[in-house]
Every structure is written in C-alpha cells, then in structure tokens.
Design a protein around this ligand. Structure first.
Ligand SMILES: C[S@@+](CC[C@H](N)C(=O)[O-])C[C@H]1O[C@@H](n2cnc3c(N)ncnc32)[C@H](O)[C@@H]1O
Length: 446
C-alpha cells in the first residue's frame, strides 16, 4: 500500500461531500456518443499520437478512471475506445454505484468498479495503459502523492490525464470558500442549508462587489446545488499554477507530455503581431522552456479553469522530426490515418457534398476543441475527393498522390499535365495543417 499523507479526516470530508451528492448529476440516459468533440480527448489515439506520432489500437487497452464519480467520464472513455476495459474507482460508494448503473444502462460490459481511495490503487493488482483522473487531483494535500499512486499502476508506455484548478482563474471562488469557511458553513458537510446561506449572502451584495461576480445567471437553475458545492463550498478545493504542476510532476518522477487543450495554450496566439514582438520578448521567448511558456500564458491570460495535462513515465516519448523538416522520402514512407473521432457519417456527408458541389469544405467546423481559436480552415473539393478513402481505411501517402493525379490530371491554368512533385506539394501543404489539428495522423512506416 502506498503510504499516504492524506489524513483520514480529509478523506472523510471529501467522501461525505460526494456521498451527499455524487458528481456529476448527469441523467443516466445521456450519452456523448454523437459528441465527437467530447470524445476526442478521451480517445487514446489523441495523446499517444501527440507523444509518439503513432496511431494505437485502443480496443485492448485497460483504462482506469481514478475518482470516477457518477461515471460520466467512464462512459466517454468506453465510447471513445470501444472494446477497452474500463475500471472505475472512487472514495464514495454511492458514486461508484451510479457509475456502475450508468455503464449497465448503456450496455457497456467490460467494466469493473471499486469503492476505494486512489492512494490504495496498488491493492487492485492491475496495470493500466491509461489513467483518467479528472477533477480530483486538486483535492490531494500534496498532488505528488496522488500522481505517485497513479504512476505505481501505470504501464511503462502508459499515460495519465489529470488536472488542477487554476489559482489565477478561480481566485474569486477560493476567496468565497475562505469566507464561507469563516462563516462556519464548511465545518461539517455543506448540504441544503449551507447552500442556501451561501447563495443568500452573495445575492445580498451590490452588483459591483467582487464576490457577487461568482453568482452565475443559472444560479437558480436545476444545477444550482451542484454548482454551489463544486465552487462556493467545495471541501479541500485548492488552486495551482503551472510551476506548481511541474514541481508536482518532478517530485512524482513523471514527465509532462502536453496540455490537453494544447491549441489554447499557445503563447504566440496572445499577441496581435506574433512576428513583430517587443524586442525583449522577441529575444527571450525562443529560449523559454515549455513550462516557462505555459506559465507566461497563464500570467498574461488566466482563461483556463483547469490546468489539464497528460504525463507519463520519463523517457518514453519516441523521437520525432517536425513536419517542417520532412523530406519527400519521409512523406512517401507515411501512412495517413483519419482521427477516429472525425470518422463520422456527418463529416463524411459534408465531404461528399463538397465534392459533388465542387465547393470548399470548412473542416474546422468539426472537432473544434482541437483547433486554435478563430482558425477557419477550408479543404478544397479536389483535396476532399483525394482524402475520401480515409473514411474507409488508412492509406499510404503515395496512394493518395496517385488519386490526386487521377482527379486533377491537368493544371487548370496552363493545361499542362500536373506533375507528381506538384501533386505532392499540394497534398503536403493541406496535410500539414490537417495534421496540426490532429484531423489527419501521419505514421511513418519505418
Ligand atoms: C469533482 S468529482 C469528479 C468526478 C469525475 N472524475 C468527473 O470528472 O466527472 C471528484 C471525485 O473524486 C473522488 N475522490 C476524491 N478524492 C479521492 C481519492 N483520494 N481517492 C478516490 N476518489 C477520490 C470523489 O469522491 C469524487 O467522486
């Protein structure tokens, strides 16, 4: 058993809060099966490709949802990785029971649930390809303890997805929690009476008082209690910064892989003119580590509630060359895959429409979570027709070049035959962008 610094009193407080109200209160019949955006981050193909540029088959994976609550992420993990085994654990017996019922309701069979603490994971005797630990880690007195416990049951190539509340983004909620703690509302387990008192207090404030801003418009809606418990009165909730996160990873002996919404953590995207930065920044930014860049991002713009990240055992990432440095030979030795979450009948139908109407397709309408804000990327109808076979199976890059040449044998301006090199140039240009959003996955055959 991993020795834990968590006091039984702290665990009891957390357990009690979630026994009272398992999280989330999502109706049992809700399914994210048609929500490709929601499934994208839960599909193991996504982080494995980001780390290794390989496309894995997740159907045999063993996945842990650590602190699974009422099972909404267990369901998403199962739907995004059909066939994978899903193991859910949680401190709260009621939450685990809800999670089990949710999976049964949706006909998902390959599952196991246990009411137990993350600290006791080694007792399960299982090793995992992937651990999802969503909205839990910030409750630990020391995040390195939680990370170490998960690391101890992670396979060598495995990955952990976890997250911390941002101290900078959620500062008003942390102040509200301090206030309500002073008022004695968090001494025992906050329930209906404490929720009433907290909301009543905030509503009594003038609109321009800072803490009043924590009141959302839907404060009187049906998710009011859940919102109040998860924000104003959240037991053991804590805020962190990027340096805290990296310090925790170092102490746990884990390596950072990527932010989960990495496209929305791009420091350069914060500047009006990224190519014309003030000279101090222009000189210093290129030498900054990933950790420093992410920290600068949160200092400039603390827009993210969660510091949501993937990590794994050190030294597991496969070396890979930036696509900018690829030679023609690298492209020719590549197999092109469609991201499984883009392989939907809706996207395929739009693609076919674009081909029939010879109109460009705004592909960034789909899987918007993998695209930087404000980016609109169109695929022209010839490229759309070239890529169509990917909706049936992965294709060698060279087969797509042949197909492009059949579709466009003649240059529309010069009426000269299109050369192989020009076809390759057109395809690599489009694929470069599509790969950066992970719509297309490029796997080297050697
Ligand atoms: C905010 S909920 C998140 C539930 C779920 N992961 C989700 O995102 O929908 C936090 C859950 O973590 C569980 N939890 C907190 N600390 C834990 C620990 N040390 N071991 C196991 N479960 C824990 C709680 O009981 C609760 O169900």
């Amino acid at each position: 058993m991993v020795m834990s610094k968590v006091s039984s009193e702290q665990l009891a407080k957390i357990r009690q809060q979630f026994e009272f109200q398992p999280y989330p209160q999502m109706p049992i019949d809700y399914s994210p099966k048609d929500n490709a955006n929601a499934l994208f981050i839960h599909n193991l193909v996504t982080p494995y490709y980001l780390r290794d540029r390989t496309v894995i088959d997740s159907s045999k994976a063993v996945i842990l949802d650590a602190g699974c609550g009422s099972g909404s992420k267990c369901l998403a993990l199962a739907l995004a990785n059909p066939g994978a085994k899903i193991v859910g654990i949680d401190l709260s017996t009621r939450s685990v029971e809800f999670a089990r019922q949710r999976m049964e309701y949706h006909g998902i069979e390959n599952t196991e649930f246990h009411a137990m603490a993350i600290e006791d994971l080694p007792q399960l005797g299982l090793k995992f390809d992937y651990i999802n630990c969503d909205e839990v880690l910030y409750l630990f007195p020391d995040i390195a303890d939680g990370l170490r416990a998960m690391k101890s049951v992670l396979k060598p190539q495995g990955m952990i997805r976890s997250n911390l509340h941002s101290e900078l983004q959620r500062y008003l909620y942390f102040r509200a929690q301090k206030l309500f703690s002073r008022m004695g509302l968090m001494d025992g387990n906050p329930e209906d009476l404490e929720i009433e008192l907290a909301i009543e207090t905030l509503k009594a404030l003038k609109p321009n008082v800072q803490l009043r801003q924590t009141l959302r418009q839907s404060v009187d809606g049906k998710d009011r209690n859940e919102w109040a418990l998860m924000n104003l009165l959240f037991q053991e909730d804590k805020g962190y910064t990027i340096p805290d996160l990296f310090d925790g990873l170092r102490r746990a002996g884990l390596e950072f892989i990527s932010m989960v919404n990495w496209q929305r953590w791009n420091l350069m995207s914060l500047f009006e003119k990224p190519d014309d930065l003030p000279s101090f920044l222009a000189m210093s930014l290129p030498g900054c580590s990933i950790e420093q860049q992410l920290h600068l991002y949160e200092l400039f713009n603390a827009e993210h509630r969660l510091l949501d990240f993937w990590c794994g055992h050190p030294g597991q990432a496969k070396p890979k060359l930036s696509l900018d440095d690829w030679e023609i030979a690298d492209w020719k030795a590549t197999t092109v895959h469609l991201h499984p979450q883009l392989n939907t009948s809706e996207v395929r139908e739009s693609l076919e429409r674009s081909i029939k109407q010879q109109a460009p397709l705004l592909i960034t309408r789909y899987l918007t979570s993998s695209v930087p804000e404000g980016v609109n990327f169109f695929v022209d109808s010839t490229i759309a027709a070239t890529l169509l076979p990917l909706w049936d199976s992965s294709q060698p890059f060279t087969a797509l070049v042949d197909r492009y040449l059949k579709l466009k044998p003649v240059d529309s301006m010069t009426l000269e035959p299109v050369s192989v090199s020009s076809a390759i140039e057109q395809l690599t240009l489009a694929m470069h962008d599509l790969e950066s959003y992970l719509y297309l996955l490029l796997e080297s055959s050697d």
